[in-house]
Design a protein around this ligand. Sequence first.
Ligand code: SF4
Ligand code: SF4
Length: 392
Amino acid sequence: MILVDGYEVTELAKKIKEVAITACDDYSQVKVDAAVNRILERAGGLESCIRPGMRVALKPNLVMGKDPAAAVTTHPAIVESVAKAVMDIGAVPFIVDSPGGPSANATGLRMVYKKTGMTSVAERLGIELCHDTTEVEIALTDQSPIRKVALLKVIHEADAIINLPKVKTHAQTGYTGAVKNLYGAIPGMRKAEYHFRVQERKPFGQLLVELNLALRPVLTIMDGVIGMEGDGPTAGEPKPFGYLLASRCPFTLDNYVLSLIRIDDIEMDRVAQARGLIGPFRLVDDGKEIRPVPFRPAAHRRVNFVENYLPAFLARPISRSLRPLPAFLPQKCVRCRICLQSCPADALTMEGIPRLDKEKCIGCLCCQEMCPERAVEVRRSGIGRLLFGSFH
Ligand code: SF4
Ligand code: SF4
């Protein structure tokens, strides 16, 4: 039996009944402040989960140092509004994330915080930007494919976590929103290590769910003003969505957002449903029609039926031979070597541009995710192209 907040998870799913949504079509601070206030009120009020004096970790999605206009990272206007709301009730917010790849040290973090607009937010409000990359190891339950996981100590020890994800499609997991955002609580290169240790989709979904149960964010507020479609989380295209959403339950929130953006077959969502973490919920909205906004899925999602419907002894080799592989574009590559440093399987060498060892590659696409120049294209394997055609 898993207990969260003293409730068995199935009881918790029944207890959590609200997903709040409000329209917000641009990032002007005035509009975002008003939308955040509406959403907080509808989610039961910040006072219901934060007390004065608490140290509150604000965890945006800062996967890499990109300008907010690229729609790769949670917009700073949302982080600013939430930080102000936390300060208004006398608690102490701080901004923290651990980007992937080699940016996860103090110098890299400074660059990421600056480019994503977090430094300006912190300076304007006089709040802390966390550069502490100290790890702590925590135990997960026997439903996790790995029983111990390293987390950023500052996030683990915060009095409360407010999860601030962005709505994006994702080349590896299909979707990143509330649940996947907490994978960012794992220190930088450790993320690649766990990708290497947990290569298949279902166990990786279990790991993501376990992380959320271990970290227990008190609230998730999702940046859906402009999301990302296609080959996210970093190489897709901005997609206007026009909503801000909130819930105390990250699993239910993702499940609802997936229905709005018309993306399905997401393993972390499937795992959460199977474990009774998603129950019926009450939608608290503006009283106007909520329009679905279909997002274009990441290209390689079309072959996922292999793992879902074939027995494991068949699915593994077939899935391996069909797995999408990275291709490195010489005209875009600036030879920064970030992909080499991000690869958990040591499958890349530098020969003018990165060269792939297909035997070693596990298809995790961390190289594509971390490439700052969009110089990594996802391509089907030879057999995949024969069966399904090419992506591009
Ligand atoms: S592919 Fe991207 S990450 Fe790799 S060396 Fe080229 S520019 Fe850098
Ligand atoms: S080269 Fe293969 S194993 Fe390495 S990061 Fe890219 S997809 Fe993952």
